[in-house]
Structures are given as C-alpha cells and as structure tokens.
Design a protein around this ligand. Structure first.
Ligand code: ME8
Length: 519
C-alpha cells in the first residue's frame, strides 16, 4: 500500500432507485477511511458514483414512463444530494453515461479484442435482470426464481461475445494465495478461493442490441452493447486517469500507468458483489495487461430480522430521514459504531437510540461540563498546568485507533475513542473539581484537572473527526483551536491560554431532539 497517496472507491450504485441505508453505510465507511487518511497527511482520491446502463435501468425508465437518461439524471442527482447531506467528502462522482467513461470502456474492450481475449459464442442459460447476473440451472430457486432476490429469471439463448476468463483461473488463485490480505475479511477470501477451486467458465461480456439497447456499443460489432458489469467495473479505471482513449493504440496508457492513480488501493464493496470485484474485475485487468487493485474489502449487510435490507423487499431505512431527525454525525456514528466491519448488523430503533445516548451522555456531556468548568473557575481560559492526567490512556487510545483503522476495524477505533471520553468523565468524578475549587489549597490541582480535560477534549476532537466531521469542527472552535487537530498534532497541542466557549449541547438529548422536531 502506498504511504502517502491512496485511491479508494465505493461501488457505483444503480441509478434505478433511491439511496438507502446500505448504500449510505458503504459510502460513510469509505468516507471515514478517507478522512482518517487525509487527517494523517495522505493525499486521497475518493471515488463514488452511479451505474447507469443495462436492462435494469431500461426497465425502470419504461415503468416510470421516462427515458433511461432522464431517470439516471434524476437518480444521480439524488445520490449526489444524499452524499452532500451525509457529509461525504468524495473527490469524484462518476456516472457511467459520461463520454469519458464510454471512451475508456470502448478502448478497454478493443484492447481485449486486439489481444485475442474475446470470441463470439452462443449463450444459453438464465439471467436475473434485478441482480444483473447469470445463473446456472442448478442455482435456481423454486419456479425458476433468482436464488438471491427471488424474482423470476429469464431464459436466454443468444449470441454473445465472451472473455476468456477461464484462462486466468490459475493466475488469480496464485495471486490470492501469494497475497493473503488481498481480499478481506478472511471469510470472503475463503469464499472466493472456494469459488475458484471449481471450474471457472468464460464471461459473457455483451448483449445483443435487439434485447438490450441501453449500453455502450462494442467497438467491433455495433449490434452489441457491453454487459453492464464490465462497463461498471471499468469506472474505477476511468476515474484513475490511467487511460487516454484519444491516443493511438499503444499510447493509451495500458502499458504504463505511472502518473495516474491506478492501481487502486482499496475497492470497498458489500459482500453481495465480491465475485464481480474479486474474480471478473481482476481477470479482465489481466486480460488487458494492467496491474490489479491492491486490496478489496467486502463488508456485511444491514439486515432486518434475518433478511437483507433492500428496496425490493420494502424494508429499507431512509438515512436522510434519520439525519433530519438526529443529525448527520449521529447517523454516521450509529452505522459505523454498530456494525463490526465485515459482519452483518441489524438495524433497530432501540440500538440507534442506545448509540445516540453514548454521543449525548458521554462525549457531549464531557465537552459541556469541561468547558463549563473552565468558564466558571478560570474565566474561560485554559490554565497553565502540565495537564498530564490520562496521558497514558490518551496515548494508548491513539495507538489502538491507528491499529484498528489499519485493519479497517473502524468500530474498534470508535469504541476506543468513546472509552477515552468515558474515562475522562470518570476522571472528573474522581478529581471533583468543584471540591478543588472550594479548597484554598486546591488551586494547582484544579488547574491540572482543567488542563487535562482541555487536552483530552482536543484529542477526542481528532479521534472523532472522521466519523463526526461537522460536530468536531464545532468542538474545535469551542476549544479555541484553529481547526480539528491532526492525529499527530493532537497529542502535542499546547492548550494553555486558549479561550473556550460554551454553546448548545453538541448532541442534544433525544427527548430534546424529539421536542424540537415536533416543534
Ligand atoms: O450492485 N447492507 O449496485 P447496488 C449493506 N451497480 N450494504 C448494502 C445493502 C445492505 N442491505 N444494500 C446495498 C450494484 N448495499 C452495482 C455495483 S460496482 C462496479 C457496481 C451496498 O445499487 C453495498 O455496498 O445494488 C452493496 O455492495 C451495494 O450497496 C450494491 O449497490
């Protein structure tokens, strides 16, 4: 992994429906990583976007009596607006209907063709439009239904172009074996290894226009469009700037990616799309002779009961409604604190409230009382004292958080940060600054207590920044800081003499929030 530049991607979401909490989770998880790395001085390219071709989009547009492009324009706008509200700091929002992307897909497929990687053949089998994927007869559920989404599948018999994926089976397996962390977590890696121990077929990469017209035309046969997954996966390459399709073949960048963001450092996806990312995509890259992405992280599902949350099942939670009620940073905190990276988690209102209470009663409460006491006892100025209470705990928390983040165990990093806030509340109880203030001999001890609290709050500001960016900007201002401290800067920050400022609770108690919402 590069040390000072990182290229990170989310899946590009289908522009056939609104963003829901599953999409929000992947995108917020990516955002927290991006913010953490930037805070640590790295240069990051963070990509997200929308997947806009294929029959799923075509069908949805027909259902709504609109054109595919109009539907995509509207939905891309809704995703972009949702990411604004949820404080996503992506650097690029890609749409697969962009001219630049279409040109890169065309160049990519031409390159496969030129290298003898594609042949024409007959496809006969089953296809699920909702999942945009093929199934074999033995995979199907009752009444020829899709084993994933349970919808009826179509039987297809048509001429397709095929990519010689099977030729790369051994090379891919060897790559996975030589790079044990290439797919994380291990469970997903094992799933892919198991998949690759079965015979691997070739991949149909086209659709006849007579059946699907909404796609990118193949450069060597204008009666066919690219299979939407091939089109979609290439988005990661388009945004990297590695390929310049306007150049002659040989000078387009396939032989030399230096100067671009390729290879990607991390593809972050849900476990539903691990096969496309860990089998189709790397073999396609091998087919054109490009380096593979450095790592693929597949997270788990938000479930309701034991069913995956999905629009089609009508059990989705709207992240924007939650953000409206409780604030963006609270939604971000809940989603990332609650789900251990890689496992499934169940959304419930009770759990949301419990997590919210941590913000209000532990972190928010600490900030309010520490700032209030500096106001009351020292005229709002952080006193001159070493402030070394909880120093060992603070240092240990930074070490834990860094280690957890390096393993994408974001929930552990956040838990450690909240533990430090809890310890600081314990420190207040133990030191009893209100008694120190009354004690004529207690002035130095009180200075030390208040200086410690100011320092710990500055450290918490840095630790919570990736997950609660807006609230931590607010907290930094209340602490008299010029901005949220960097990770390295936070521990060394001089707090003496800074003027602190009281304000509304950072995280109003739920009852208050409810009353405000109800007006
Ligand atoms: O698959 N829990 O798009 P998509 C957690 N366009 N995450 C969830 C989720 C849930 N219940 N539901 C969805 C596609 N997600 C393709 C991707 S990439 C080249 C093309 C998240 O709109 C999760 O990240 O169906 C999942 O992988 C993704 O949304 C699927 O989004």
């Amino acid at each position: 992994m590069s040390t000072n530049r990182r290229y990170l991607t989310t899946p590009i979401y289908y522009a056939s429906g609104d963003p829901h909490i599953g999409h929000a989770y992947t995108t917020i998880l990516s955002d927290v990583l991006a913010r953490f790395w930037r805070q640590d001085g790295e240069e990051v390219l963070f990509l997200t976007g929308t997947d806009e071709h294929g029959p799923k989009i075509e069908d949805e547009a027909a259902k709504r009596n609109t054109t595919p492009l109009e539907l995509c324009d509207e939905m891309a706008g809704r995703f972009a607006a949702a990411w604004d509200i949820l404080a996503i700091s992506h650097d690029r929002f890609i749409r697969t209907t962009e001219e630049e992307h279409k040109a890169v897909v065309t160049a990519f497929i031409q390159r496969l063709w030129d290298r003898g990687q594609i042949y024409e053949g007959q496809y006969s089998g089953w296809y699920c439009v909702h999942e945009e994927r093929y199934w074999t007869e033995k995979d199907l559920g009752p009444d020829n239904s899709c084993p994933d989404c349970k919808r009826p599948v179509q039987h297809l018999e048509e001429t397709n172009y095929f990519f010689k994926m099977s030729e790369y089976q051994g090379q891919l397996l060897a790559h996975i074996e030589a790079n044990p962390n290439w797919i994380v977590p291990e469970e997903r890696r094992n799933e892919i290894v198991g998949f690759l121990q079965q015979p691997l077929g070739d991949l149909s990469i086209s659709r006849p226009k007579s059946r699907v017209s909404w796609g990118i035309t193949l450069p060597f046969d204008e009666d066919h469009v690219a299979y939407v997954w091939v089109d979609a996966l290439i988005n990661y390459l388009t945004a990297s700037g590695a390929i310049d399709p306007s150049q002659e073949s040989g000078a387009q960048g396939f032989d030399d990616v230096s100067g671009s963001w390729w290879p990607c450092d991390l593809h972050l996806v849900g476990k539903d799309i691990i096969t496309t990312h860990a089998v189709y995509w790397p073999t396609l890259l091998m087919g054109v002779g490009l380096p593979l992405p450095r790592q693929i992280l597949a997270h788990g599902w938000w479930v309701v009961g034991d069913t995956k949350m999905s629009k089609s099942l009508g059990n989705v939670i709207d992240p924007l409604a939650l953000s409206d009620e409780f604030g963006t940073d609270a939604v971000r905190w809940y989603l990332l604190r609650e789900m251990p990276t890689g496992s499934d988690a169940s959304y419930t209102t009770e759990r949301f409230m419990t997590r919210y209470d941590e913000l209000a009663n532990i972190l928010g409460n600490l900030a309010s009382r520490a700032i209030a006491m500096i106001g009351k006892y020292r005229d709002g100025v952080v006193p001159n004292a070493a402030g070394t209470g909880l120093l060992a705990e603070t240092e240990a928390t930074f070490a834990t958080a860094r280690d957890a983040m390096s393993r994408y165990r974001v929930h552990e990093a956040l838990a450690a940060a909240m533990e430090l806030a809890r310890a600081a509340n314990g420190y207040v109880e133990e030191r009893q600054p209100w008694s120190q203030a009354k004690d004529p001999e207690g002035s130095d001890a009180l200075d030390e207590t208040l200086a410690t609290l100011a320092r710990v709050l500055a450290a918490l500001c840095a630790l919570f920044q990736p997950v609660a960016p807006a609230k931590m900007v607010d907290l930094a201002a209340r602490l008299g800081l010029d901005g949220v401290p960097t990770l390295d800067g936070a521990l060394a920050l001089a707090m003496t003499g800074r003027s602190v400022r009281k304000g509304e609770p950072l995280f109003p108690r739920i009852q208050q929030t409810r009353e405000q919402v109800q007006g």
